[in-house]
Design a protein around this ligand. Structure first.
Ligand code: GAP
Length: 435
């Protein structure tokens, strides 16, 4: 499937029109780079997070969940190196006052907007600062976390002890992260508030490279389960200056967005950097004791760090198809915000009652919507545009023989089946592929 005409304008417009994503604070003119997920967007996001969570914790008994706080002891950010190193080089145009990240200017030495001269670059720390308690002084500064990972590292011993975990084991967490990006943009791709889905895998130091290889493959395969076309995915290896201060090696999984190849997820070999630093700064012994060999050491960490909002954007761009007669979102059925639409042909003669009964039995298991306004053709188009994989139509024949038509979004073919067969018919497509 190719859809080279997909533009960000079309995606942004669909998101607004159908209630996936709205600009934040819209009635006040919006707030730069902040977005709200509407009824369909919040369902989609919730299903995505649920799928990631189960793919990590349910499919791997050695991976344990965590939900740590956003505000943490400020010393954590000293230990992690974020206070010192989590910076981008910032330049301003002296003439038009536009602001740029110097490393994203492709070597330009004058302002791309007006040709003006730049100020000297200064390192700008991306962490948001605030104060804990009523007194706004240096002693009360705290930071909004720029990655969820540190909450995992500082809980590594708690989790290991309470879950009686032995190497190798993982800790998974989904949560908000904040970065005061100099140049946010491309809709929800780069924002200042976003959600991460991060998993840290703790291994013996000799196992780092093979674990990295195995998680690279597993993570790429995960996007394929979401129906993302594999030819629109690629790995990008970080070299030299690109490597984050904590990483020995790093690969991005990139997706071919309408604005070009860009990072979806980072897979990093963080070695023992973080745990060693937390041991040093906290004064607590964070060594692992291997009962079999009696060895004591700091484990290495392989991190898989996915952006939830970026994955949603990727899913929407990848699923968006314009056909001559319709726009259709070819979402993986299990992730679709509405999985089954119930469409009574008319609003009389007992058809709404039958629709209600079918809806009630299905909504215990699936995300179901009723749509009884407009022609059937129009209703199909509406459901296609939001990615509903199955439309069930209740007509006069239903009253006679207890059958319905069930329409497939992608092929637009219809089957006539009995009401009692509906669940068996739809279940295989709507079951998340957790393995
Ligand atoms: N713990 C490692 C870490 O945070 P990262 O590569 O800086 O690594 C991981 O971020 C992922 O978080 C990215 O691949 C991306 O999906 C998401 N992400 C990072 N910055 C973002 C931003 N400003 N807006 C939206 N998502 C972002």
């Amino acid at each position: 499937m190719t859809n080279s005409e997909t533009t960000m304008d079309k995606i942004v417009s669909l998101c607004k029109r159908r209630g996936f994503i709205y600009p934040s604070s819209e009635i006040y003119g919006g707030l730069n780079s902040c977005y709200d997920y509407g009824p369909l967007g919040s369902e989609l996001k919730r299903s995505l997070k649920d799928f990631w969570w189960k793919s990590m914790t349910q499919a791997h008994t050695e991976i344990h969940g965590l939900d740590s706080s956003i505000l943490m002891a400020p010393r954590i950010w000293e230990a992690s190196g974020h206070l010192e190193n989590f910076t981008d080089p910032l330049v301003d145009c002296k003439a038009c006052k536009s602001r740029f990240r110097q490393d994203k200017l492709d070597g330009a030495t004058t302002c791309p907007n007006c040709g003006g001269e730049f100020t000297a670059p200064r390192q700008f720390n991306l962490m948001f600062k605030t104060f804990m308690g009523p007194v706004e002084d240096a002693a009360n500064v705290v930071y909004l976390r720029p990655e969820t990972a540190q909450g995992i590292y500082v809980n590594y011993q708690n989790v290991m002890t309470t879950a009686r975990a032995k190497l190798p084991f993982g800790i998974a967490q989904i949560g908000k992260a904040f970065r005061n990006e100099i140049t946010p943009g491309n809709f929800t791709f780069r924002t200042r508030e976003f959600e991460q889905m991060e998993m840290q895998y703790f291994v013996h130091p000799t196992q780092d490279e093979q674990t990295m290889l195995s998680w690279k493959e597993k993570r790429r395969a995960w996007y394929k389960k979401l129906n993302i076309q594999d030819e629109r995915l690629q790995f990008h290896e970080h070299k030299g200056n690109e490597l984050a201060h904590y990483a020995k090696s790093a690969f991005d999984i990139e997706y071919k967005f309408p604005f070009g190849w860009s990072e979806l997820e980072g897979i990093h070999n963080r070695t023992d950097f973080d745990l060693k630093r937390h041991q040093e700064f906290s004064g607590k012994n964070l060594q692992y004791f291997d009962e079999a060999t009696k060895d004591k050491f700091i484990p290495y960490i392989i991190e898989t760090s996915a952006g939830c909002d970026r994955t949603i954007l990727c899913i929407l761009c990848d699923a968006f198809v314009e056909e001559p007669e319709r726009i259709v979102l070819k979402l993986a059925p299990f992730i679709a915000p509405i999985q089954v639409a119930i469409l009574p042909l008319v609003k009389k003669d007992g058809l709404p009652d039958i629709s209600n009964d079918i809806s009630k039995s299905l909504q215990k298991l699936y995300r179901v919507s009723r749509d009884d306004s407009g022609s059937i053709g129009k209703r199909y188009r509406r459901q296609d545009e939001i990615g509903t994989p199955f439309c069930i139509t209740i007509d006069y024949q239903t009253k006679e023989d207890q059958t319905v038509t069930i329409r497939n979004r992608d092929t637009m073919t219809q089957d006539r089946i009995s009401i009692s067969q509906i669940q068996t018919y739809i279940e295989p497509s709507l079951t998340p592929p957790i393995d």
